[in-house]
Design a protein around this ligand. Sequence first.
Ligand SMILES: C=C(O[C@@H]1C=C(C(=O)O)C=C[C@H]1O)C(=O)O
Ligand SMILES: NC(=O)CC[C@H](N)C(=O)O
Length: 793
Amino acid sequence: MPALLQTTPVVLGPEILFVDAFDSFTNNIIGLLEQCLHAHVTIVRIDDHEIGAQFPQYLRSFDAVIIGPGPGHPGNRQDVGLINKLWTLQESDILPIFGICLGFQSMCLAHGASMLRLPHPRHGIVSKISHGSTDIFANIGTFYATQYHSLHVDLGDVMPIGMPSTKCPSLIPLAWDLTDVSNGPILMGAKHVSKPFWGVQFHPESICTSKEAVQMISNWWTHAKAWSKMHQRLAVPENKDGACRLASSRRASSGGMHGLENHVAGLLHAMHGSIGTSKPLLRWAKHQHQSPSITPVALCEALGLHRDEVVVLDSQGHSFGRYSIIGIVIPGQTLKVTYKSWDRTLRYGTGSGDQATVQLDSIDQVWPILQTALDAYNPNQARSRPQTPESSDSTQERGMDTLVEGHPPQECPFWGGFMGYISYEAGLETIRVDLHESCAKTQIPDVNFAFVHRSIVIDHHTGSTYVQSLSPNDWGWILEAGRTIDALVYHTEVQHSSSLDQHELERRLKLATIKKPTEWAYRRKVLQCQDSLAVGDSYELCLTDETILSIPKLDSKPLDAWSLYKKLRRRNPAPFGAFLRLSSAVIVGSSPERFLRWDRAGHCQLRPIKGTVKKGPYMTREKAHAILNTSKERAENLMIVDLIRHDLSSVVGAENCKVSKLMTVEEYETVYQLVSVIEGQLPHDSEATGLDVLKASLPPGSMTGAPKKRSCEILRDLEKRPRGIYAGVLGYLDIGGAGDFSVVIRTTERLSAGRDIETWRISAGGAVTIQSTDQGEFLEMETKAESALSAFI
Ligand SMILES: C=C(O[C@@H]1C=C(C(=O)O)C=C[C@H]1O)C(=O)O
Ligand SMILES: NC(=O)CC[C@H](N)C(=O)O
């Protein structure tokens, strides 16, 4: 059985079919079913025509069906697809069904209710549900639930719990939300009068729904079992093996290498040539200096790295940042790998006329290629003993504590590996969203990595600096870099970029013309987003726009991106500062947001930011806390937390996923932000890697909205441009199995470098919810753009 078709291991509980309407909370629901019923869940998508053609037979192998939430309207055939077939099953094919949100609405619509739009849609709103502690709500007391809906079920009358209305005699109300004065009573739960169909309008799986949701699901299952017993319905397991060809809740590491063996061999060969060995052995030196002079900027300048290709991840002395990493790109030697989503071409080479171009079927094939390259150099496979190099007297040098060949420094998060970025559009390709036609013109690659075999890692907390190389010929460089570190600490003569560079930068920036998004156009797009929210197509949309800076060339010299980076670093210090010059891309960034980090033991952490308040003379910390504590900001954050739980669970399993921080306020240079932390552990018995989590989580949920796929399609049609590196992720994949990526925001990238003019872009945006105001969103977008714009003005 191919890896993708694996099913969850527990087989004691019921066999449940989950009908997924392309929602972003599906895996959370599956986690709930596994937790309370030990259910074995198979997912079918609403557009699966093959299964649809033999649906009644297919259903015979399941004990029950859960219909999930989703974008759109239950009356639109393409929004519900297969779901409609469940309501017209012959008497003998009927089985217990539980509908959630869209699934619930579809059940009600099919049985006589009407669908209406809520005057005030409810997305990420938590409220008290009134129920009669009966049926699926038996043994449940006070119950709070999260709602994500724009539409609601109208039964004709607001009937007491247990009493059908005259207009809709087949449906019995089980719960109402009576707390919402502006919308009036909203039906929250119902069951069919005679058939085994139940449903709820709220989201039982949300992190903010009361834990009694577990009891509700168990109650449902008790009723479902009783019905099946009474009707002598038994699932037929042998039917299933032939028919089931679907992914379950758990996605294992996907293969996708078929047919690529030659190219992988070619890439590995090129890497061996570039590094000078195929042996995964790290040479490294550790320097211990608690000195403010050791910064990635100072080191790059002292080592003369800032004028060439280089990848610098700079935590800028920020209290939320610990490590800085310099990925050294040796001209003509370091291997670079790029991929473009538009034409699906992978390219690799060292830039010295050896470039290979490979036509791929899709981005799915990129990941196993990267993983194979990383695995080939994983030093944990090379069990050689530590050795001292020939020039062992160098260990005596000042501040140099260790000089080792072999066992890599376990405490250092990066030993070597891929450094670079994955664009937003590459993320769109992973979730099968077609790209906007304007992406055809993009010159900058969507996946852009260097395989860094020479690196320097600074641990700002402990004062340790690691100088590392995978190349056997690099002891000279390691010692030389060590001398430079000492020189920086002891202020002996080192090369710094001059203040002349900064003057020259200012002179150039004075000539820049800045084209910002116009207020009316942006506000109109916010309102268009809200139209999509109002009809139920999305629960939240992260709208963005771009500011373009055109800078004339002087004396045919390009803008000094390094000086620009130094200025941004001063103006807007952030824990995920980044300078990247690699292949055709130049990026100068100051992101506050970690996307995903995982360590070598498989512990993963995502840290979405959602909710922003601008700092200013009148904005006290208390006021900011109060604003960020309002339902608008919390709803924005909650939606993304639920979405990220879903993304992470798809690889680690919902039982290995937890929310360790829910909506805490963090302070940055220009803004206060609401931050949550979602953590997970890769199961020890699975082959899944951090890279699997990364690819399952793209594009970052905080930059899309929910549900992800439909929201990205809506945003593409509104924004009509590639987001490019912005809204993508930037960081590293370590050969030892760790990784760390930030979300590319508060960043500027070079768009083009023409003969006379070069253009730079700053993109910014924010999450539009139904509670947003168009003016408020415009100001928020401006505030965020300004944090990167501060480097230009
Ligand atoms: C879209 C941006 O930021 C994103 C949106 C945020 C929000 O809506 O509050 C906060 C952080 C980011 O996830 C941006 O900086 O351009
Ligand atoms: N979460 C959902 O399933 C939403 C259902 C529907 N699209 C609505 O907005 O009402």
